[in-house]
Design a protein around this ligand. Structure first.
Ligand code: GSH
Length: 218
């Protein structure tokens, strides 16, 4: 049985990354274990594309038993993706991976505000929009009304923030907070959550989609 579906371009040359003039730490070759249609994995692909960092993708099958093997559980104790492999170390949790990869670049001001929005994404956006999308898209189950209500409450917070900043989550500079939040927010319609009431969010989505190194989820 074939568990690993695709392995794309492989680069073995260590390099450093630069973003808007700020050099990140020396970065060696990376492998991203992922589901292609996962919002959490997409966040990492968005950042890697923005930083123009080469890496190998290992696409896992959602139904494959490979995630329950000892080999994979050593990489990710709950068998979840994304997992980033670098220099023999394995990193799980999309927020931690975003933070690690962007440290030292202009995408990460390394302030408590960054932690605030990354935590908000996990606690309020992924747990509502992400969970509702999973039910709607992958289980063909109608998400419960309280999940949809929570999604709208969280979207109101993001809408207000974007109204105040006028462009991106932290102000005039694109950051990992935008990447973290964008991944599931732009997929809200797949969760049965309309974005139509949120004019600032809709504008922000268009802005991000117009960025030169933007990549779509699939
Ligand atoms: N908090 C984690 C969530 C990871 C997660 O739930 N990943 C999903 C894919 S989006 C997964 O691997 N699900 C498989 C499972 O739960 O067995 C993160 O942000 O990376």
């Amino acid at each position: 049985m074939r568990h690993y579906i695709t392995v794309l371009t492989i680069h073995y040359i260590p390099f450093a990354s630069q973003h808007n003039g700020k050099m990140s730490a020396y970065i060696s070759h990376m492998i991203l274990y992922e589901f292609v249609d996962s919002g959490n994995c997409y966040k990492i692909r968005m950042l890697l594309a923005e930083l123009e960092l080469p890496y190998t993708k290992v696409a896992l099958d959602r139904l494959s038993s490979v995630r329950n093997t000892m080999e994979f559980l050593c990489k990710s104790p709950l068998g979840k993706v994304p997992v980033l492999e670098q220099d023999g170390e394995y990193y799980t949790e999309s927020m931690a991976i975003l933070y690690k990869l962007s440290t030292g670049t202009s995408l990460n001001p390394e302030s408590p505000r960054v932690i605030q929005w990354l935590s908000f994404e996990q606690g309020e956006i992924q747990s509502s929009i992400g969970a509702a999308r999973y039910l709607n898209k992958f289980c063909q189950e109608l998400p419960p009304a309280d999940l949809i209500e929570r999604a709208h409450e969280a979207l109101c917070v993001v809408e207000q923030q974007l109204k105040e900043t006028g462009q991106y989550i932290l102000g005039s500079t694109y950051s990992i907070c935008d990447i973290a939040l964008y991944a599931y927010i732009h997929l809200a319609p797949e969760a049965g959550v309309s974005l139509e009431p949120y004019i600032h969010i809709m504008q922000w989505i268009l802005t991000i989609q117009g960025l030169p190194r933007y990549v779509a989820i699939i």
